[in-house]
Every structure is written in C-alpha cells, then in structure tokens.
Design a protein around this ligand. Structure first.
Ligand code: FES
Length: 168
C-alpha cells in the first residue's frame, strides 16, 4: 500500500466565504426544495459542511433540527468531508462469493487509503457497502452514480485512471 498522508477533516473543510457564496447562488430568487438544495450543496463541496447547514437554516427559516433530520434520513448525504468521487465497493453476499474482498483490497492499495477515508488529493472517497442492488453484476462497485460490474482486481487501476484522466 502506498504511504500517503490521509487528509484531515480540517484540511477538507471549505472556507466560510465559499459556503456563503454558494448558498447565495443556490438559495436565489427562484425558490428551492430542501432535498434539491442539499444535493446541490453536496455536489459543490462533496459533503454537507455544518456551516452550510446553518446557513441554509438561516436563509430559509427551516429549523436546523429539521434539516439534520432530512440529512440523516437519506444515506446519500454526508456530513463529513468526502472526495469529489464516491466509490462504493459492495461487500454483500453475492459479491463476497465472487471475490469482493480482493476488489476492496485492490481498491485500498490503488488509492492508498482504507474504507471510510478520502485520498489526500480529495479526489476519491472510499466506502464498502452491504449491497448495491445489482447482485447480477457481482462483484460490483459504484463510482458516483455509475455502476461497474464483474470487476477484477487488475481492472481497478484502469477504472480509476479514467477518472483521474477526466479531471485533467
Ligand atoms: S451483493 Fe453486491 S450488489 Fe448485491
């Protein structure tokens, strides 16, 4: 595994100015719905910074406890820093039988991080999940909203390289 420093939460936190500018844009005059707004904020920062949730509460009049209630209800929302791309490696039964353990090991080795961590360049967040709902693709992974099926440990590097190349 590569020896790289994992970014700390403070290093991954957007500035207050960035958050305020984004909220100015996202809570503009056209109206909004809370879930859509939370998705937009998360798309922008990769997660939902606490200061952004407080800002949403102030600007919309929706109580902070209600906002946190919505955030915690939906598994798609993250309240801690994430990389720009979220990689979900399935460790469910069907994928486990087809070698998911080796896929997760290869992913961790390629990224130099462990389950639940973000790469130092903030490009990828890695998590293992119980089932992606695509067992026929086992072993399966998902990057953002894109599924990859019947993946192999050797194919991991190529998949990641395509994402890295598209960032340049
Ligand atoms: S067990 Fe992996 S997608 Fe269902």
């Amino acid at each position: 595994m590569k020896e790289e420093k994992v970014a700390s939460i403070d290093e991954l936190m957007p500035s207050e100015e960035d958050i305020n500018l984004s909220l100015d844009e996202l809570t503009g005059s056209d109206g909004f719905n809370l879930i859509g707004l939370l998705q937009d904020v998360q798309d922008r920062f990769g997660f939902l910074p606490p200061a952004a949730l407080e800002g949403i509460s102030k600007r919309t009049g929706i109580s902070l406890s209600r906002i946190y209630g919505v955030v915690s209800f939906y598994s798609q929302f993250y309240t801690e820093p994430h990389g720009r791309h979220t990689i979900r490696c399935c460790r469910g039964t069907a994928c486990h039988v087809k070698g998911a353990g080796r896929i997760i090991d290869a992913m961790e080795a390629e990224l130099g991080i462990s389950d639940g961590q973000t790469t130092p360049d903030k490009m990828f967040f890695l998590e293992s999940v119980a089932c992606l709902g695509t067992c026929f693709l086992a072993p399966a992974i998902m990057i953002d909203d894109q599924y990859f099926g019947k993946v192999t440990p050797r194919g991991i590097a190529e998949i990641l390289e395509n994402y890295r190349a598209n960032e340049l």
